[in-house]
Design a protein around this ligand. Sequence first.
Ligand code: FE
Length: 423
Amino acid sequence: MTRADLIVTGIGDLATMAKGPVPRVGAAMRELGRISRAAVAVDQGRFVFVGSEARCRREVRLRSEGTRWNAGGGSVVPGFVDPHTHALFAGDRAAELDLKIAGASYTEIARRGGGLFQTVRATRAAGGPQLLRAAEARLVRMGAQGTTTCEVKSGYALTPAGEIRLLTLVPGLARRTGLRLVPTFLGAHAVPPEFADRPDKYVTALIQQALPTIARRRLAVFCDAFCEPGFFSVAETERLLRAARTAGLELKVHADEFVRSGGAALAARLRCRSADHLLESSPDDYAALADAGVTAVLLPLTPLASFARRASPGRALVDAGVPVAVGTDLSPNSWVESMPLVLAHSVYSARLTPAEALTAATVNSAHAIGVSADAGQIAVGRPADFAVFDVPSVERIPYQWDLAPARVYRRGIRFPPAEPGMA
Ligand code: FE
């Protein structure tokens, strides 16, 4: 008899995502590993049973102090894995919308010292406690929407010491929220005013003054860079990423978001873990990413926030055999916290099927941030991270634009533990 401290019965449709290779490509992205009339049991934060209700009744016994809950025929999916966020920032850029609507691009606004640089000024001026409180409130709201694992990038200090300071906040943020956070060093988010027109010198400063400390103190798992004209060239990006890899970090690229600048091709050549955005990448780039096994991280809300002409090329990438993941790109430029909203746009903008979208938001996004061993799937032995939705089938989650979970569990405990705070 298996002992459990939590048993959830009455699951009408359970998508375990536990069948098939990781990451999933092509038709395998539509395999949900589903069980109907299902139950899950949890003990000390990990699944101890996943299967039919009938078998659960026979095989699992609730501990005397344990909890039993009936999901009332609802649907259960793994806790979402958000593989791309800029969650550590101060302030907001609501006022920038007027400029964007008048036709100013992200790059033009930044060139005038606004946009991202406004956030850099606010973030540099903010104290650690202020940054922590703001990020914590956002992450708690994200968790309430079903995100249990989340990547967090630095990138709004743009000095070696400031970037290190941002990364040192991440472990405390994970403790305070209870979420699993994966830190990424994005010192090369933009060229700071102190190094205007000398991006190469800034890259050298990051390599010499930030990377050694980040690697030694294990402050980041990944190194990312914004490879676009006006930001970092392919050569500068490559120099930074090669140094990061030598220091022991894994690699990501913000690639081909505004123009086809060669970011995706570079990601393929360096066999990065992921290439993110890819709005302007070509079919040749898709083939190179597929050959290299690079995961495409799509941020389907960002083109809307940037008033871009193109939608995320989800359909084309899946059809080209590239493993596709999806995320929020939470930032002051595109303030998206909800993975259910991302799932809807994965379908309605990026043209993934609902099953592909669910794969992209769980098992493939876990792979994109190197945590597939214990996030993105519901299986015995794994952390009990899952979301329950009051709908009869999991396809209804991407189908309905902004369906909120009825309950979220992180390591078998209901999330959030307290009321979410203000932004
Ligand atoms: Fe981003």
